[in-house]
Design a protein around this ligand. Structure first.
Ligand SMILES: Nc1ncnc2c1ncn2[C@@H]1O[C@H](COP(=O)(O)OP(=O)(O)O)[C@@H](O)[C@H]1O
Ligand SMILES: [Mg+2]
Length: 324
């Protein structure tokens, strides 16, 4: 794998205006609050964090589906805000959590998978059919499935269709947002293994989003841990799982050791509840739940520190590690 930067996220913010009650003024909710990341060609960048931390909002900005409030996403050096939506879609494709709602129930699998080719005018009808059948076959749905409807499939099979449709235009990047979270545990690993094989075979780059660190461990080469709209730790997967720096990452790792890590939102054993994003805590936003907080943590916003092992963490303790 090279370290060539394929996509770059710079100080990305996205807020939503939400109602706080009938006669109250609307409030600003910071869903993504200053994320900076490089996505390297050929890697699997895992993004992990509890529900509501801003993963899907970040994913939608990476796909160019919603604009940023501020900051920038670039692809191959170009600001995606200036790239034509169709041209970006040829390079960056999504796989979402719910294959039930993302597949038109009245279209056959062949129609569903060939649609992007027809929309983009790639090849003639015979070529589109051939390429779509090949892709369906590649994800484990041989030709006899071509005329079936999504309703005749299992959840795992539908997610295979969604993957085939995302890959049929040969994109560079797949943004997978909780692609296995709606599936039975037994099926999850089949889909994960399929994604692993396809990445190697087709030379793809993945951004792989999950609330579940155990799933991310299975597939990611680097991992970004998000908390309340920010990346609090970013490290090579091996380093992150061996030597987590941020107390939040440590708590998430402990939660992976539950008996059935594939199921549902992990209980991170963090005591107090996830904060209301409309009222983020002052200082380090994690401090109310942090087991090792210092008095200063409620006042001081921790800067991003690079530790000796190359991890980047937003925690004053990381600072101490590097100073001593
Ligand atoms: N369209 C929207 N309008 C208002 N709030 C939103 C919208 N989309 C997301 N949010 C809020 O932004 C925060 C992050 O949401 P999301 O990106 O979906 O997180 P995740 O995918 O990590 O669960 C949440 O507090 C969520 O309620
Ligand atoms: Mg989400």
């Amino acid at each position: 794998m090279t370290t060539e930067t394929l996509m770059s996220v710079q100080d990305l913010h996205r807020s939503f205006s939400v109602s706080a009650g009938m006669f109250r003024p609307k409030r600003k909710l910071q869903a993504v609050n200053g994320v900076s990341l490089d996505i390297r060609r050929g890697e699997v960048l895992g993004i992990v964090g509890e529900s509501g931390c801003g993963k899907s909002t970040l994913a939608r900005m990476l796909l160019g589906l919603i604009p940023a409030s501020s900051g920038q996403v670039s692809f191959d050096g170009e600001d995606i805000a200036t790239i034509d939506r169709k041209r970006l879609a040829r390079r960056v494709q999504p796989v979402f959590q719910d294959p039930y709602s993302s597949l038109n129930p009245r279209q056959t699998l062949l129609d569903l998978v060939s649609l992007p080719l027809r929309v983009h005018g790639i090849g003639n009808a015979a070529e589109q059919r051939k390429r779509s059948l090949e892709m369906l076959d590649r994800v484990g749905l041989p030709a006899r499935f071509a005329d079936r409807l999504p309703g005749e499939l299992s959840g795992g099979q539908r997610q295979r269709v969604a993957i085939a449709r995302a890959l049929v235009m040969k994109p560079d990047v797949l943004v997978c947002d909780e692609p296995t979270s709606a599936l039975d545990v037994s099926v999850q690993s089949h889909i994960l293994n399929l994604l692993v094989d396809l990445r190697a075979e087709l030379g793809l780059t993945y951004i792989f989003i999950s609330h579940n660190l155990a799933v991310v461990e299975h597939i990611a080469s680097r991992v970004a841990v998000m908390y309340l709209g920010q990346v609090v730790e970013l490290a090579d997967a091996a380093t992150l799982f061996r030597a987590p720096v941020h107390p939040y990452t440590r708590a998430l790792l402990m939660s992976v050791l539950t008996p059935e890590p594939g199921r549902g939102i992990p209980d991170p054993g963090l005591g107090t509840a996830y904060p209301d994003p409309l009222h983020p805590p002052a200082g380090c936003t994690f401090h109310p739940r942090c087991a090792v907080r210092l008095p200063e943590c409620s006042a001081v916003v921790p800067p991003a520190i690079t530790t000796s092992s190359g991890s980047i963490a937003r925690c004053v303790l990381a600072q101490r590690e590097t100073v001593s």
